[in-house]
Design a protein around this ligand. Structure first.
Ligand code: DOR
Ligand code: ZN
Length: 347
């Protein structure tokens, strides 16, 4: 059978996205809205969005930043802190303002200082979320200084995730941006209540790529890319056709000056060509026919939301990924694979 020249699928959603605020929000949101019908928007602003009123105001700023004619729905998340108010969370969920809540272990990543210092401190909120069917989105890394950065996800699964799943058997969990064979096993073996998102970059790069010919700050993200065996495990899972794994770009824009720095920020900005990047990986593995489930069906099924009615078409045609995106005279953002040519293009 010859390779297809085009692929039409239900319009996809991005189940893990950073949009930021202000000028960066206005510069990046159009890239996501062009490809995706909905996105789960991360709450790690400075300061983080914690309370329902702050989350509703952030949602309105996102809607106001959309290009004219965009058809895009931001699905909002609450940033869990040690002092999260379970009543406010439940009310925000009941009112349709908050879709899910995000667990950042304090210090795990960008803007996580106000994250949770000990998961037992939010037991009441987690019990309430289980009761009302509100999913917990997890940045699955421990933060202890003595744990090697490449082991942080695997240690989190043993020390935090598995005990949590035992304590809260009804809590729905999305283990975000998985990077290890251990995460794949935990999700595969965890039953219907747990799912994973996978980023395009974790399908395409391993930790050696971070140092190919010199240090590559634009490939630095958290969780950090792991060794090749783990990339292969994550990729096999994402492309397997299993329904509890779906698309979440973790597209995370940072100004170039903050990436190319003595202490560069974690985050890879993939929004401009996200779907095309996933298509490359699925095609390489000979399973383009499974892209639609991963990108457009599995996420809604897990979240209990309708599938999008519209379709999008990918065409086999060279796509040049544009260079830096200018924000203002001093600020620009470099997209993942910028300057390179991809094989698929969204019509
Ligand atoms: O690489 C990352 N960047 N990982 C995260 O968890 C956060 C994100 C960001 O906000 O920049
Ligand atoms: Zn993220």
């Amino acid at each position: 059978m010859s390779a297809p020249e085009s692929l039409t699928i239900r319009r996809p959603d991005d189940w893990h996205l950073h949009l930021r605020d202000g000028p960066i929000l206005r510069a990046v949101v159009g890239y996501t809205a062009r490809q995706f019908a909905r996105a789960i928007v991360m709450p790690n602003l400075v300061p983080p969005v914690v309370a329902t009123a702050e989350i509703a105001a952030y949602r309105d700023r996102i809607l106001a930043a959309l290009p004219d004619g965009a058809r895009f729905t931001p699905l909002m998340t609450a940033y869990l802190t040690d002092n999260i108010d379970p009543d406010d969370l439940a009310q925000g969920h009941a009112d349709g303002v908050i879709t899910a809540a995000k667990l950042y272990p304090a210090g795990a990543t960008t803007n996580s200082d106000r994250g949770v210092t000990d998961i037992r401190k939010i037991d009441a909120a987690l019990a309430r979320m289980a009761e009302i069917g509100m999913p917990l989105l997890v940045h699955g890394e421990v933060t202890h200084g003595h744990v090697d950065i490449f082991d942080r996800e695997a240690v989190f699964i043993e020390e935090v995730l598995k005990p949590l799943m035992d304590r809260q058997p009804d809590l729905k969990i999305v283990l975000e941006h998985i990077t290890t064979a251990e995460a794949v096993a935990a999700v595969e073996g965890g039953g219907a209540r747990i799912a994973a998102t996978v980023t395009p970059h974790h399908l395409l790069i391993n930790r050696t790529d971070l140092f190919r010919g010199g240090v590559r700050p634009h490939l630095y993200c958290l969780p950090i890319a792991k060794r090749e065996r783990h990339r292969q495990a994550v990729r096999a899972f994402a492309t397997s056709g299993q329904s509890r794994v779906f698309l979440g770009t973790d597209s995370a824009p940072h100004p170039i000056a903050e990436k190319e720095s003595a202490c560069g920020c974690a985050g890879i900005f993939s929004a401009p060509s996200a779907l095309e990047l996933y298509a490359e990986a699925f095609e390489e593995d000979g399973v383009l026919d499974r892209l639609e489930a991963f990108a457009s069906l599995n996420g809604p099924a897990f979240y209990g939301l309708p599938v999008n009615q519209e379709t999008v078409t990918l065409t086999r045609a060279p796509l040049n990924v544009d260079g830096p995106i200018t924000i203002d005279a001093d600020t620009a953002i470099l997209p993942f694979r910028s300057g390179e040519t991809l094989r698929w293009r969204l019509s």
